[in-house]
Unconditional design. Structure first.
Ligand code: SF4
Length: 372
């Protein structure tokens, strides 16, 4: 939850050794540019941060942040601490790829104040990780999860993916069971979807990617939620589960609660509460602008009050906190709400309207259904 109302800080590390065929995040394989990227990120921070309230979350994502070597990650975190103010109790998260996990690396992160790690496993199944083009094997993913679990972090999370061609509910439940056996505080479970300009989108256009139909996807989603909440977790966002409210990702909740955040690095997005802006996506353009003393921002938009309200509903219905009753459009509200309640999409709890599990399946459509 948003404890302080302070903004979050995101850093995009735009390097991956190889490109996973489903991934649309910006990354390049040329790690020779890490030094230039690091200097540019710290320069960008020094341009953007003055005057900002303290941050209470720092999220280092990508890309593959665990590709950064000892000096670079140390330089990044120390450099940010020099330029930015952080709340005393800041959530510091780093994303890890299983094939980068070593005891030494985990100890380094702890010594730098990282208190949360997010392990991008996707699957423990050998065939599935091969299909997903991951650099690690299922066995490596298991070993990495074990090391992270023993790594002494206050909280760690595991990211998984379902809805793979031919994946049975049984095999998915096995993956979930295996992930839970390591005792994570957090699980993110994303359904495989075809995104933008990816190798999978090309395969899909050629009719060579056989993803589950909507009904199967919905069944897998329900299986996922029932299985994980059955182990005592809360399903706090469509794709995210936590061992309790204290274990939700404070940083990611900011995105869904419209709390301001600042993004540094190529392709990073920022939000001020009304204005949204984004950096140049390609590293080359990002470096060129900062080297030339100008801003890395490529574009921006200012949301109207109506847009802010609609987004607020859209994000709110993706989470277990829902939206406040008074935020729903007044005219005919009671009838529409009653209709959605009868159809099992929402529940009214005091002054909050919250999505049910079925409601999560239609999260993107609920704001329109409730306003129509
Ligand atoms: S999924 Fe992660 S490791 Fe794979 S290309 Fe995308 S950012 Fe890199």
């Amino acid at each position: 939850m948003n404890r302080t109302g302070y903004p979050g800080l995101y850093v995009h590390v735009p390097f991956c050794k190889t490109k996973c065929p489903y991934c649309d995040f910006y990354s390049i394989p040329e790690t020779g540019y890490v030094g230039e990227w690091l200097k540019a990120v710290l320069r960008e921070a020094s341009l953007c941060v003055p005057g900002s309230p303290p941050f209470d979350s720092l999220y280092i994502g990508g890309g593959t942040p665990s590709l950064l070597d000892h000096d670079d990650i140390e330089g990044l975190i120390a450099g940010l601490r020099d330029v930015c103010r952080f709340d005393d109790v800041t959530e510091v998260t780093i994303e890890l790829n299983p094939d980068d996990v070593t005891k030494e690396r985990l100890a380094l992160y702890r010594s730098l104040g990282v208190n949360r790690v997010s392990l991008g496993v996707q699957s423990f199944n050998e065939e599935e990780v091969r299909f997903l083009g991951r650099r690690h094997s299922g066995r490596q993913a298991q070993e990495a999860a074990r090391l992270v679990a023993e790594g002494g972090f206050a909280e760690f999370g595991i990211d998984l993916m379902y809805g793979l061609p031919g994946q049975s509910a049984r095999s998915w439940r096995q993956t979930l069971g295996q992930a839970l056996s390591y005792g994570p505080a957090h699980l993110s479970c994303y359904q495989l979807t075809v995104e933008g300009d990816t190798a999978f989108s090309r395969l899909s256009r050629e009719g060579r990617l056989d993803l589950p139909d909507d009904a199967t996807g919905a069944r897998l989603f329900l299986t996922t939620s029932q299985y994980i909440t059955g182990q005592g977790f809360i399903h706090y966002e469509v794709s995210n589960f936590a061992r309790g409210e204290g274990c939700v990702s404070r940083h990611n909740v900011k995105y869904w609660q419209h709390t301001p955040y600042l993004g540094l690095g190529p392709s990073a997005h920022s939000f001020s509460g009304r204005r949204r802006w984004w950096n140049h996506r390609r590293l080359e353009a990002y470096l060129r602008h900062l080297d030339g003393g100008s801003s890395a921002v490529e574009g921006s938009e200012t949301l109207s009050e109506e847009q802010v309200h609609l987004e607020h509903l859209l994000f709110g219905f993706r989470t277990m906190w829902g939206v406040e009753l008074k935020e729903l459009p007044g005219e005919g509200r009671a009838n529409r709400l009653e209709d959605l309640r009868r159809r099992g999409f929402v529940e009214v709890r005091g002054q909050q309207v919250v999505p049910t599990l079925t409601g999560y399946l239609f999260a993107d459509r609920l704001p329109l259904m409730i306003s129509a």
